[in-house]
Design a binder for this molecule. Sequence first.
Ligand SMILES: *[C@@H]1O[C@H](CO)[C@@H](O)[C@H](O)[C@H]1NC(C)=O
Ligand SMILES: *[C@@H]1O[C@H](CO)[C@@H](O)[C@H](O)[C@H]1NC(C)=O
Ligand SMILES: *[C@@H]1O[C@H](CO)[C@@H](O)[C@H](O)[C@H]1NC(C)=O
Length: 410
Amino acid sequence: MKFMSRDWMVLSAILILVLMLNTPCSSAISENNENNIKTTVFYSPKIELSPGFISNKVYYDVDFPRGHIALKSFHAELVDESGNSVPLQETYLHHWIVEKYQQPKNVPNNYQTDNIIMVRNSGLCQDNLLGQYYGLGAETRGTKTYIPDPYGVEIGNPEEIPKGYDEKWMINVHAIDTRGVEDRMGCIECKCDLYNVTINAVNGKPLDPNYKGGLGCCPDNGQCRMKKGYFLGPKHIIYLKYTIMWVHWDEYVVPVKIYILDVTDSWKRSNETNGMSIEHNCMVEYLVEACSKSHGCVDVKRASVPIKEGGYIIYSVGHQHVGAIRSTLYGQDGRVICNSYPKYGTGKEAGNEKGYIVAMSACYPKPGSIKLFDGEILKLTTIYNNSMMHTGVMGHFYFLVAEKLAQHHV
Ligand SMILES: *[C@@H]1O[C@H](CO)[C@@H](O)[C@H](O)[C@H]1NC(C)=O
Ligand SMILES: *[C@@H]1O[C@H](CO)[C@@H](O)[C@H](O)[C@H]1NC(C)=O
Ligand SMILES: *[C@@H]1O[C@H](CO)[C@@H](O)[C@H](O)[C@H]1NC(C)=O
């Protein structure tokens, strides 16, 4: 009898393990490597999608590493219920973003948005726009986010959290199910004439006939036009799987600040009681009109945006959509800070989907080699192939700045 029950216990332990491995659930498993870098895997709440439909939801108080720590990388992708990667031609990942906020302690579960204070990154757009800590789109599987030692994104510093508040995280996932749609590329570019919308989802106003596409035409629960005769297929259940690498905070970690520059930012200086300041006006996305030439069609967009405080660039990467050729971040004197190139897929499998951007190249300058001065005007150029029109494209540049270098780099 004793043996039997022991066997049964071992068996049920294995069974539970197998179940845990098979079902994406939010209980996280952390692993430690020899540099004390921990890796934790999390899953968003489940996302249900029928063919052609959009899910654009915000998940509050998501699972996240807790305590005073430094984030080293953030890798995300869409997976199905068995944890398998979902290819972009089935479900297009338009974007996911991760934002930090503070909230009074002990808020009941059904009052998740009460009294929250958003804590944005270090810049540069107005209000909370592009205030995320992390965020990517279709290119997420192939894009490096790792921050080299000893740098990291500091979070959970008790001195920065007001008394009586908790630090929490929200994730917004915008995914488009393109099974059975008439025009896959049009759907992922949120072209208004493919969607059943009359109200602009971003500003809540009636749709402007001159607005051809973008997030305004890609609302939660919207549906893209289907092929004739395509009947409702099965609902897919997917998750955003996110893998975070992090270390416990100590005096050897050097913090970096997060900036996102938007090529649509038409800022102006404005008068304030405490002196001149800069009023940003980021549009987040823009339209690339089709060119009228037969070849050599290239659309170039430029912005010059000042940053308040300088420092040393540790990491940078561009974010663009299909049609992208390149984006480049320059310093005020014209020196190249980073060229970020899209990589297009060539196959069918997840991570290499033909016609989609499956990676953006990131830059890792030798720490100390690229210094920004206080008030430096950074220049951003984003280039698209405009042999066809592209709606809702983006030209963002994400970069990390250390105010000081690690001791051994000085
Ligand atoms: C489009 O909207 C109309 C009116 O709201 C609705 O009847 C129809 O089912 C919608 N079609 C799709 C494809 O969502
Ligand atoms: C800012 O304020 C000063 C003093 O009030 C004024 O002379 C100047 O014209 C203002 N500049 C702008 C851009 O409004
Ligand atoms: C733009 O795209 C068209 C159509 O795919 C292609 O023929 C052309 O070579 C591309 N141009 C550039 C500059 O990449």
